[in-house]
Write a new protein. Structure first.
Lengths: 436, 120
């Protein structure tokens, strides 16, 4: 292990002014949690309550992650049985973390993670190494940008991702502009439409390229309909205009292949464009450790313990799969953290024989992708590819055709992460599909 | 008259069908009992919570986020916002502190949703 070699040899003659050199600073912990948002805080609690010595490494100045800027309510309905705001939800978890005596380092950025669970950390006190028996990945996600969806046009000021705008308005008291257009109907975009209306800005419309809304139904009603903000589906921004500052965008309807329809263009004067066009799990560290990723989720391939392809490395929250509700990211965290603690004590059996769960017709992905053979009571997450009504969800054995799960859902939306329980022991590969 | 509504009380967002007439409200499509009360309220007098953030004195953290202690009739949202705009609280603020009691006579308080120490 190169890192240890460096540590040992680093001792030679490099003590200055009585301080240990950074290279000497190696700490051992049972469980290192990377990220202190809704998933990471819960993972730390899960691990600590299972008896592990835990450290949370948080890049930001304070714990809570994205919850700090999500000042709207609707959090906590599943975890605390009441509707609270993001900062309150974060503080409640932080209070528990404090009570547990869990070690927290903020301003600590994990620069590298190796497959044998050595973390290189740049923190307020300098560079150091952490050697963990288990690691929980809880780094969250990033927003898709203008470049990633390739909107042509000028490059003026005034184009923001919705989450950045949320940070600037809610935490830094900045005014973004006067006339706003929002592209994409993800939840953050819908919530920002209401938020900017409250701040006295004119939201001229929300445009969504798909024929359905990206965010939750309730947000369409309480964030758009309540304030008569127009929502146009199968419509996208095809041009951005403005020399120094954004002066207008051109929107166009799209055909079934999502290509702009000539002749349907319309110019909308505005000084600000917000993009709410999807989230991407932030897996740079996972890749460094050699964690296998799923193209469908953008997150790690995990088993029913939330363990990745690297033994002892677990994943939860938005770095694993994009969630529509923070509570569920936390529930994943509690389980992943507990299992990380068990792994640290050598109490998680090696995988042995595995079976695979794959998505079938109408299902975008199913998670976990891998299950230990004969595991029972597995919580299975899935998303559908398109909105469906009165649809059967079926988990069927690929070899025998045995039905492991079958239930009719009155309505399923791609925006909603669904969770079902497979009560019986799984002893063959499964396919999860949606049927009329 | 039949109304189609999305229940706002939780992320499931049930599609509710509400028939109101003759002082009687009939609801279909709810997955829990809260949906019935929500639907009747929504067709008669919709209620919402309100969240925003206000600048804070005496700290490097510039803002404290606030919400209402309970939902209020929807038409009260903008009058309450105007009232909140006049707020200039000073740190320290604790989560749950009442910043405006009985705002606009609604019987509902404006409360802080974040704890901010004075040094920040």
């Amino acid at each position: 292990m190169t890192v240890f070699g460096m540590g040992k040899h680093g001792n030679v003659g490099v003590k200055t002014q009585g301080f240990a050199t950074p290279l000497e600073r190696l700490r051992d912990v049972d469980v290192a949690v990377i990220g202190g948002g809704p998933a990471g805080l819960a993972a730390a609690l899960g691990a600590s309550r299972a008896g592990a010595e835990v450290v949370i490494l948080e890049r930001g100045k304070r714990l809570g992650g994205i919850l700090n800027q999500c000042i709207h309510d609707g959090f906590g309905l599943a975890l605390y049985k009441e509707s609270i705001s993001g900062p309150e939800y974060a503080e409640r978890l932080m209070d528990d973390v404090g009570r547990e005596g869990i070690r927290v380092e903020t301003g600590a950025m994990v620069l590298d993670l190796s497959a044998d669970k050595i973390l290189r950390v740049n923190s307020r006190s300098g560079y150091s190494l952490v050697r963990a028996k288990s690691v929980v990945l809880a780094m969250g996600c990033r927003e898709r940008t203008r470049d990633m969806i390739e909107i042509p046009g000028d490059r003026p000021a005034g184009v923001w991702t919705a989450g950045t705008a949320q940070n600037l308005v809610n935490l830094q008291n900045l005014r973004l502009g006067n006339e706003i257009v929002i592209l994409g109907s993800g939840d953050i975009g819908l919530i920002m439409a209401r938020r900017l209306t409250f701040e006295g800005m004119k939201v001229k419309g929300v445009f969504e390229i798909l024929p359905w809304v990206g965010g939750l139904e309730r947000n369409v009603r309480q964030c758009l309909s309540d304030f008569s903000i127009p929502l146009e589906l199968t419509t996208t921004v095809v041009d951005i205009c403005g020399r120094d500052r954004l002066s207008s965008v051109v929107v166009s309807r799209v055909d079934e292949a999502l290509k702009p329809l000539a002749g349907t263009e319309r110019e909308i004067p505005c000084d600000t464009l917000l993009l709410s066009v999807g989230l991407i799990p932030e897996n740079e560290l996972s890749k460094r450790a050699g964690v296998e990723l799923s193209p469908a989720t953008g997150g790690a391939v995990v088993d029913e313990m939330f363990m990745t392809s690297v033994p002892g490395v677990f994943s939860c929250g938005n770095v694993l799969q994009i969630h529509d509700v923070a509570d569920w990211a936390s529930f994943e965290g509690f389980v992943a953290g507990k299992n990380a603690a068990l792994h640290a004590r050598g109490e998680i059996p090696t995988r042995g024989t595995i079976v695979r769960i794959t998505p079938g017709a109408g299902v975008r992905y199913a998670l976990p992708q891998i299950v230990r053979r004969s595991a029972a009571g597995v919580d299975l997450h899935f998303r559908v590819t398109a909105p469906r009504r009165n649809v059967w969800i079926e988990a069927r054995g690929s070899a025998s055709g045995t039905i492991f799960f079958r239930r009719k859902f009155p309505r399923l939306l791609p925006s909603e992460l669904q969770k079902i329980k497979l009560t019986t022991a799984i002893d063959e590969d499964l396919e999860v599909a949606a049927h009329d | 008259m039949t109304d189609r509504l999305t229940c706002l009380l939780c992320p499931i967002g049930c599609e509710l069908e509400v028939e109101a007439g003759g002082g009687d409200v009939r609801v279909r499509g709810h997955q829990c009992d809260k949906g019935i009360d929500f639907a009747s309220e929504e067709v008669l007098r919709p209620k919402r919570n309100l969240t925003t953030s206000v600048p804070l004195k005496g700290t490097v953290d510039r803002m404290v986020s606030v919400r209402l202690s309970d939902r209020v009739p929807r038409e009260m949202i903008f009058p309450i916002l105007a009232e909140i705009t006049t707020l200039r609280p000073s740190a320290p603020v604790r989560r749950g502190d009442v910043l405006i009691a009985d705002v606009c006579g609604t019987g509902v308080d404006v409360i802080a949703t974040r704890t901010v120490a004075s040094s920040g």
